[in-house]
Design a protein around this ligand. Structure first.
Ligand SMILES: C[S@@+](CC[C@H](N)C(=O)[O-])C[C@H]1O[C@@H](n2cnc3c(N)ncnc32)[C@H](O)[C@@H]1O
Length: 284
């Protein structure tokens, strides 16, 4: 999985900063959910809560957003963001591990949003089926998972051999495959996200993607996120990189090195995020 939002494993990333960079794309993917004032919705695996806050604003003071996460630090971050945005009154925090079944949300919801979370679970089909059961009739489940590999640097950076990023994708994919094999201990899940949504009984299943295109020169906050994400990817992929590529990345990621990527005028952010959604059948 080369999703730009795959954050499994060690990371130096500041989740709130990264979410701010990807928020516009997430909001594009959320549009078909048509969240309105008074709605009750859920954000599963909210991270630091950038989308939770957007949802809380959309449901207004008569609606509710359930933010579900197994990491108390993430729920604390969501609570902080909600207080700062003055929407804490409509955000409900639910500490729950998707491995333990569907989240205990006490009322049916009209929309479930989950970005870069379900792929962390052992059994994607079971997790998707559990999330589908949260929906009221006609409600929509939207999973933001997958997308295109990220491109930040030119093909030839002048450090090491050309094609560093393509080989990083390959090494990162090998890391993820190993992580997945060790993590699941289960049969491979060979269907696409659309198949999992359909198998969960949802109808009108479809996918769309949103471009994330921040050209050079990058604003400082995007530059910091790009560098942190590159460092995290290199850290995870390290066992699968050649020594030559690892040395090139070490130079590009070292602020003390003249080749530091943070000094480059051509550092950019180009990727795409995908989402997959399906609707619970109307009652009767
Ligand atoms: C990569 S972050 C994505 C954050 C945010 N949705 C985004 O797209 O920026 C994954 C989130 O899912 C949560 N998560 C991972 N595995 C989980 C599980 N088994 N049950 C509940 N939450 C989980 C993490 O704690 C984290 O908040």
């Amino acid at each position: 999985m080369n999703s730009p939002r795959t954050a499994t494993g060690p990371s130096t990333q500041d989740p709130a900063a990264a979410e701010a960079v990807f928020l516009a794309a997430h909001l594009t993917l959320l549009t078909p959910l048509d969240v309105r004032p008074g709605d009750v919705v859920a954000d599963i695996g909210p991270g630091a809560g950038a989308v939770t806050i957007a949802l809380a604003r959309a449901v207004g003071d008569t609606g509710r957003v359930y933010a579900v996460d197994n990491d108390p630090a993430m729920l604390d971050a969501v609570a902080r963001s909600a207080r700062e945005a003055d929407v804490a009154d409509r955000v409900r925090l639910v500490r729950h591990d998707l491995e333990d079944g569907p989240p205990p949300i006490p009322e049916p919801v009209s929309a479930v949003w989950s970005a870069a979370c379900v792929h962390h679970t052992r059994d994607w089909a079971a997790a998707v089926a559990g999330l589908a059961r949260l929906l009221r009739p006609g409600g929509v489940l939207c999973l933001a998972e997958g997308g295109l590999p990220t491109r930040c640097l030119p093909w030839d950076t002048g450090v090491g051999r050309p094609g560093l990023e393509v080989r990083l994708d390959e090494a990162h994919n090998r890391w993820f495959t190993d992580w997945f094999d060790q993590h699941t201990g289960q049969a491979r899940q060979t269907g696409g996200w659309v198949d999992l949504l359909a198998d969960a009984g949802l109808v009108d299943v479809s996918s769309r993607s949103a471009l994330v295109d921040v050209p050079a020169p990058l604003p400082d906050h995007v530059r910091a996120t790009v560098l942190a994400e590159l460092a995290a990817r290199v850290g995870r992929a390290r066992p699968f990189l050649t020594d030559e590529d690892a040395a090139a990345w070490a130079r590009l990621l070292d602020p003390a090195d003249p080749a530091w990527a943070g000094r480059r005028t051509d550092l950019a952010l180009l990727t795409a995020l995908s989402s997959h959604r399906g609707r619970a059948p109307e009652a009767g």
